[in-house]
Design a protein around this ligand. Structure first.
Ligand SMILES: Cc1cc2nc3c(=O)[nH]c(=O)nc-3n(C[C@H](O)[C@H](O)[C@H](O)COP(=O)(O)OP(=O)(O)OC[C@H]3O[C@@H](n4cnc5c(N)ncnc54)[C@H](O)[C@@H]3O)c2cc1C
Length: 466
């Protein structure tokens, strides 16, 4: 693929966690010796913090401790595209396999409701996170993509999305909402809100602390055992230890091949002038996605930039994690190219910041929530890039599981799923890199006039079980 060099702003920043932090938070106090708690949570991203929040709300007397290796919001929760989306993390057919199709539809409805739950709690707790519920537009920019969009809509109808949940836009509506160059068709769903990720996670951390939860930052957990989380500064002993480490899980002993740490990368423009917005539209601030295999995701930020993300460099050999988010020039250029192809009038702007983060991808690309009452160990994750809303549902579910409540949430089909591990290297690396290469080739072929999905993309999905 031939890409042009992205114009970089004079103060361009690469990595440094993400653009969403204008200045990086200084980590709070680390753990200062052994402690006892009722629940120890490893990881202060949305999963860990939502879990702590609902546990404390349910039982204020519980002693809940959160251990975070850097600072709250260091991971994907402080780096994402800000889609608070009702879309399911994974294929409903796979959830339906064990519990039947109605259970998968219940999970879908629970996801829709979770979007509003996050908005409700943010308002109640005074968390200001630039939230606007303008829905989501998904565009097709080739005949093959338009075919997939139609098929996707029919498939969504089967899995609990009614006409009010997602519908095709007429060309007039499309033009009025968001003018994407080369868009042939589009759908719109109300189940999505724009957020500023770091404001949400930092606000949530503050709300959780206000409830009396202790968050120890700069405190890496080196080992999780039944009854305790071990760190260099002491051990937190607790009847329940919950692992909420998503894309970083591969670094924990015993979990190297559970969830593959997959990178996603983003760029953000400078604030765009009014004349550019006049050509684009985007007044309702809905989120934007497409139907390409090498997909993109975007938002119009509160200060009128475009934050634009995509696949980037997919995966580092041996499940290594790119901690600070430094992003390869090739990825920055490719994202810029794609952005300008969507909105040619943006070409006069430049890239202010580029960054990357890791998602947790299980072998079957479906998320899990689990608590084992015998060992006291639990976890939630494997959201495959759909975690902003899913983490809220996961947090409430972990809370009910720990408190042994027999609730609607604990009966959802993602609870207690068993998933096989990823293959050893070099098979993991080869699998993911071939998938990405095939997706790029498939997109290129489809953009040259194919009317059906390229078989290369189908092969890619087969290789990795996507
Ligand atoms: C670039 C990018 C864009 C994305 N865009 C979207 C989007 O628009 N919408 C969407 O739904 N999803 C999106 N996602 C995915 C979403 O952000 C994640 O699914 C979600 O934030 C996961 O939250 P989490 O709390 O489970 O994990 P994380 O936020 O990654 O938190 C895990 C935390 O655990 C800590 N940790 C790890 N290991 C240890 C240890 N040993 N000891 C102590 N602490 C540890 C980490 O430092 C981190 O703070 C995106 C992800 C990325 C990277």
């Amino acid at each position: 693929m031939c890409t042009m060099s992205a114009p970089l702003s004079p103060g361009f920043v690469n990595g440094d966690v993400s653009f969403w932090y204008r200045s990086l938070p200084t980590p709070g106090n680390p753990l200062d010796g052994d402690r006892e708690a009722d629940v120890a949570i490893v990881g202060a991203g949305y999963t860990g913090l939502w879990t702590a929040y609902y546990l404390k709300k349910a039982q204020p007397s519980l002693k809940v401790v959160v251990l975070e290796k850097e600072f709250a919001g260091f991971g994907a929760s402080g780096r994402n595209g800000g889609w608070l989306t009702g879309a399911l993390a994974g294929d409903p057919e796979r959830y339906a396999k064990t519990h039947g199709p109605d259970a998968a539809r219940r999970l879908q409805r629970a996801m829709f409701a979770a979007v509003d739950e996050v908005i409700r709690v943010a308002a109640e707790e005074g968390v200001e996170a630039d939230i606007v519920k303008g829905g989501i537009t998904t565009v097709a920019r080739s005949a093959a993509q338009a075919g997939r969009l139609r098929d996707d809509l029919a498939w969504q109808r089967e899995w609990g999305w009614d006409e009010e949940d997602v519908r095709l836009l007429s060309p007039g509506e499309m033009n009025e909402r968001l003018r994407v160059d080369g868009a042939l068709s589009a759908t719109w769903s109300p189940h999505c809100a724009r957020i500023q990720p770091a404001k949400l996670v930092r606000g949530l951390a503050r709300a959780v602390r206000d409830l009396g939860v202790e968050i120890f930052e700069g405190t890496p957990v080196t080992r999780i055992v039944g009854g305790g989380a071990v760190t260099p500064y002491g051990t937190v002993t607790a009847p329940y230890v919950l692992r909420c480490t998503e894309g970083f899980t591969a670094n924990l002993p015993g979990h190297h091949r559970d969830w593959l740490p997959m990178n996603s990368s983003m760029i953000v423009t400078e604030p765009l002038p009014e004349e550019v917005w006049e050509t684009i539209g985007w007044a309702k601030r809905e989120l934007l996605g497409d139907m390409a295999h090498y997909y993109m995701y975007a938002q119009r930020t509160a200060d009128d930039r475009i934050a634009f993300g995509g696949r980037g460099k997919p995966y580092l050999f041996g499940s290594k994690v790119n901690e600070r988010g430094l992003t390869h020039t090739w990825t920055v250029d490719a994202l810029w190219d794609l952005l300008v192809s969507f909105f040619p009038s943006v070409a006069s702007s430049s890239v202010a910041h580029a960054w990357s983060g890791v998602l947790g991808v299980p072998r079957d690309w479906c998320a899990t929530v689990h608590v084992d009452h015998t060992t006291g160990l639990g976890w939630a994750g494997g959201y495959t890039g759909h975690g902003v809303t899913t983490t809220n549902l996961a947090g409430r579910t972990l809370c009910d599981l720990v408190l042994r409540r027999d609730s609607e949430l604990t009966g959802l089909p993602w609870v207690d799923r068993r998933v096989r591990s990823w293959e050893p290297e070099p098979l993991r690396w080869l699998g993911v890199h071939s998938m990405y290469r095939l997706y790029r080739l498939a997109d290129a072929r489809e953009s040259r006039g194919m009317t059906k999905t390229s078989t290369l993309a189908k092969i890619a999905n087969k290789i990795t079980g996507h």
